[in-house]
Design a protein. Sequence first.
Length: 122
Amino acid sequence: MTHILIVDDSEPDRELLKLLLELNGYRVTVAGNGVDALAAARSCRPDAIVSDVAMPKMDGFLLCHAWMQDAELRTIPFIFYSANLTLAKDEQVGKALGAARYLIKPMQQESFLRELRSVLQQ
């Protein structure tokens, strides 16, 4: 079963995305910030990570940077999914850090799942 790590400081957003993914056959782990996400990923390696950008302790940009510096994690696709940092320059930063996608909330469920599947197939 494909394992997805969701990182978002908003519990309702985390739970909604978790439910969507579980209903579509994914195994899901959740974290509320980048520090917890790194610990979770090192404990149980996911197949992909979906991360918000604006979070406490360690934001998504710092998380992505740390992710790409880690030899064990950098091969795992990193997807940003943000409602707050939605400008073209934000997407450019995310892509420059190594993210596979920079998606903007809210997004139609089928579109999100299609993007996730596409990243997982690459």
